[in-house]
Design a protein around this ligand. Sequence first.
Ligand SMILES: [Zn+2]
Length: 392
Amino acid sequence: MASTAITHIGTLITNTPSLGHGPLGQLHDAALVIEDDRIAWIGTTSQTPATDSHHDAGGRAVIPGFVDAHSHLLFAGDRTAEFTARMSGRPYTAGGIRSTVTATRRATDAQLAANLTAHLAEMHRQGTTTVETKSGYGLTTADESRALRVARAHTPETTYLGAHITAPEYADDPDGYVALVTGPMLDACAPHARWIDVFCERGAFGADAARTILAAGRARGLLPRVHANQLGPGPGVQVAVEAGAVSADHCTHLTDADITALADAGTVATLLPGCEFSTRSPYPDARRLLAAGVTVALATDCNPGSSYTSSMPFCLAVAVREMGLTPDEALWSATAGGAAALARDDIGHLAPGARADLAVLDAPSPVHLAYRPGVPLVHAVWRDGRPVPPAP
Ligand SMILES: [Zn+2]
């Protein structure tokens, strides 16, 4: 078993309170040992056991790799003109998705895969080690299933989102589209997906359709998650909680009853600050969620329409500036919170037995991620115990 030590870590964030100070389990002048794809040991530099190889972090901070629990990377084309129009005053609506559907259907499998891997590489360079990604720009049985097949080759966290919007061919027959999404399309997609998602929003799917879609997915062994309460108040969060969803995503417009429901059910609220930033919309109030005891995750929502950023550091900085999170809370939400949103206990924290997924920062403290927004602070990334991309 090959072992590697990383020593002289200025600040090590473990997200494991028993290993260090405070809720983030911080250690200073710290070290860790990796064996194969797992963390084997964590302590101080002076106590580091002998290993086969050794890296000196030179006082840099080390954090668990970011867990991006919400993205839409199976697409083709871009929506530059729509963004420009929006920044000139036109509001964001769910309908813009249709232009990406047209471009995605025209793309070959190889083009879809190349676009996916280019975005995954961007994410890895910015410290992300786990990515969830969704279908939802095909909206035919063949296009949705091929998107998930392409995605599954790169991440286990794949989500069937045939219920992104009603396919244009079904504009006059929305019930017929729900029957497709819960029938032949589900049959073709379920083998390639872990999750099922529905965009429960005006202009997309209402509460009854969302319930039907999530129940059909559950019956095929898919785990539910929901796009909820993004554009206005609505039933999304209640539908998510009723369906036993692991996460309700967006959560921008919540009533007190929505927040109580999330807290009581233990449903994670995955907040997507890049979306409010890019649509010039009001931000969700993360403090209100935390005060009620809701677990908060942060993710990019990377997609060509409403949030075309692949950067978790950017989202973290916006969440601190605009959503009321402290730098420590935002870091937790972007790592351990993301792991909770994916129901994963092997990622999002660093401790013996955890997956050796981490980012080394060109900064003495991870507070710099919010304090120095837009600065490329990620020095190196390790995933499954190996540098990403592999060292030459
Ligand atoms: Zn989304």
